[in-house]
Design a protein around this ligand. Structure first.
Ligand code: FE2
Ligand code: FE2
Length: 130
């Protein structure tokens, strides 16, 4: 089965789509980074995710989104996971973090957009925020 490229997972809410495009771009820089650049690139990716999630949670608050607690918990889990890999890399252990950047991040991103963010976008559009 051919999977939809991450760039094509567009939800029709400008601020969400802009954050997703930026997250994908920053993720690719980490995925493709040379060893010397990998720590900085991976940290930049997790930093961007954290800002992206904060903006998304503000949007959920603005539209009184009912599933905000569940969605916020998932964001927090992902940031904690990303920070653990950054800490491993900072300690010189890069193998698992590389696997995270290559395989886990795109799988997670696809699932998260389809399962979590698409519903926020749907409700935001109904609320007239989009
Ligand atoms: Fe999200
Ligand atoms: Fe998102």
């Amino acid at each position: 089965m051919t999977e939809t490229p991450l760039e094509e997972l567009v939800l029709g809410v400008a601020e969400i789509d802009a954050d997703h495009a930026e997250s994908i771009a920053v993720w690719k820089l980490a995925r493709d980074a040379a060893p010397a650049e990998f720590p900085v690139r991976l940290t930049a990716f997790v930093d961007h995710l954290e800002a992206h999630f904060a903006r998304e949670e503000a949007l959920m608050t603005a539209i009184a989104y009912k599933e905000i607690a569940h969605h916020r918990d998932e964001h927090a889990r992902v940031i904690a996971e990303g920070r653990r890999f950054c800490a491993q890399v900072a300690a010189g252990r890069t193998m698992m973090a590389r696997a995270y950047a290559i395989d886990l991040v795109p799988d997670w991103f696809r699932r998260h957009v389809l399962m979590f963010d698409s519903e926020v976008a749907r409700v935001a559009k109904m609320a007239g925020v989009a």
